[in-house]
Design a protein. Structure first.
Length: 433
């Protein structure tokens, strides 16, 4: 028996059926949920890429698309839940309300909080985090929160328990959880949206974990007394330290095997928190990826890595970023060890054996670790450093700096075009000594 879900089921359930079918791809992970679809086969007409070929990471266009739903006119949020964790005994106060019932001012404040969890760039504040096989129960819990719209109090309390257990801090914090339903518009071959040709309803949850602290003491004006008095200090939620989107929106479709994790700062506790919560650590941060490439290049060319070779590596990376500006496919956005080796060979013109590269990368880049091109170089800026001087040059507005030997000393020579000021004073550049 074949059922055509697009004709026989309301749009509301199509996304759920698709998600269930994706779960069936891995029979070792979600056996209990597989029973939902036993007894019939479901054919869903779609233009989606086959599961085996789907891209397993979100890219910036998809993040931007979800971020657009965080607007008042979208009107797609259904439920807002929260849990305030405070005091030495980790006491909890929970709340739940329909998102659309919020006062206008509160509505905008909450949207700002959730927008923050989708801000920044991949590898810097946003990370594609897979759910490990050991976290089947977590995956099922998150999926149930998505499908029932965060209405089950028992499931919510279980979720709060997991978050609270994952965060290693004695400070007060609040967990905000929002449920959203995004009617995904179809797209033409030239990437134009077709609002009246929806292919899927992307049901998902957004979570934000915000530190809570007392407002600063100060003097405030009292209209009643006509003077300034000590203000009442209130407990205030700040911008989120971390959060996540589940399921991920890979290839503009729900992917329950991954989440998009937000980590405000590499100095925060996000890495340990996500490890405790999902069983998977965060991928290398952007700065760590850049440092890894630098270290590998230094190890490879020990003492022979000169200025021209380093510039060639940067130019090769910058060129790749510009050629693949949209980064639509994972293979374009990322590079593994083999691609990095090829890039260094092309840039330096020197052959590199697998043994040489593996030795240089040992202890720097783990097997299977992937880097993001955009994290390896700032295409707009070139930075030169000595122990006492740091020079930043806009690459698109001036000539390439050179290293020359002048009077027996190594010097950095930067072309001067246009006006030159020294401590704010305009100086004449046509005169020479």
């Amino acid at each position: 028996m074949r059922i055509f879900a697009k004709k026989c089921y309301p749009q509301k359930n199509i996304a759920d059926i698709r998600a269930i079918l994706r779960m069936r791809q891995d029979r070792s992970r979600l056996a209990p949920i597989r029973k939902v679809v036993v007894g019939f086969s479901c054919h869903i007409p779609t233009k989606r890429v086959p599961i085996t070929k789907r891209r397993m990471m979100m890219v910036k266009k998809e993040i931007a698309e979800i971020k657009k739903t965080l607007r008042p006119e979208s009107n797609s949020f259904t439920m807002l839940c929260g849990c305030y964790v405070h005091g030495e005994d980790r006491e909890r106060a929970t709340f739940k309300t329909a998102f659309q019932s919020l006062q206008e001012e509160d509505f905008f404040k909450y949207l700002d909080v959730f927008k923050k969890t989708l801000s920044g760039s991949i590898g810097k504040t946003l990370f594609n985090v897979p759910l490990s096989k050991e976290q089947q129960e977590l995956q099922e819990l998150l999926y149930e929160l998505v499908t029932d719209g965060c209405k089950d109090d028992d499931k919510l309390n279980e979720f709060y328990d997991r978050i609270t257990g994952a965060i290693e801090t004695h400070e007060n914090f609040v967990i905000f959880l929002a449920h959203n339903r995004y009617d995904v518009p179809g797209k033409t071959s030239d990437d134009l949206e077709m609002e009246d040709a929806s292919e899927e309803v992307f049901s998902h949850i957004l979570c934000a974990v915000c530190p809570v602290s007392l407002t600063e003491p100060g003097l405030g004006y009292s209209e009643e007394c006509g003077t300034f008095e000590s203000m009442v200090r209130n407990w205030t939620a700040h911008k989120p330290d971390y959060g996540f989107l589940f399921p991920a929106f890979n290839d503009r479709s729900a992917d329950i095997h991954e989440m998009l994790f937000y980590n405000r700062s590499v100095k925060s506790l996000g890495d340990q928190a996500v490890l405790n919560f999902t069983g998977s650590g965060l991928p290398m941060a952007a700065e760590e990826q850049k440092d890894a490439v630098c270290k590998i290049a230094e190890n490879l060319f020990q003492g022979e890595l000169d200025y021209s070779m380093a510039m060639a590596v940067k130019e090769q990376i910058d060129q790749t970023i510009e050629e693949r500006a949209d980064m639509e496919r994972a293979e374009e956005a990322e590079l593994d060890k083999e691609k990095l080796k090829d890039l260094l060979e092309r840039a330096t013109g020197q052959p590199i054996s697998d043994a040489e590269f593996n030795h240089a990368a040992q202890g720097v880049l783990d097997e299977g670790e992937k880097l993001c091109y955009e994290n390896l170089s700032d295409t707009r800026t070139l930075e030169l450093k000595t122990p006492t001087v740091t020079i930043k040059v806009k690459t698109n507005e001036t000539g390439t700096p050179e290293v020359r030997k002048i009077d027996g000393r190594n010097c950095i020579v930067i072309p001067v075009e246009g006006e030159l000021t020294v401590n704010g004073m305009k100086v004449e550049t046509t005169k020479t000594n």
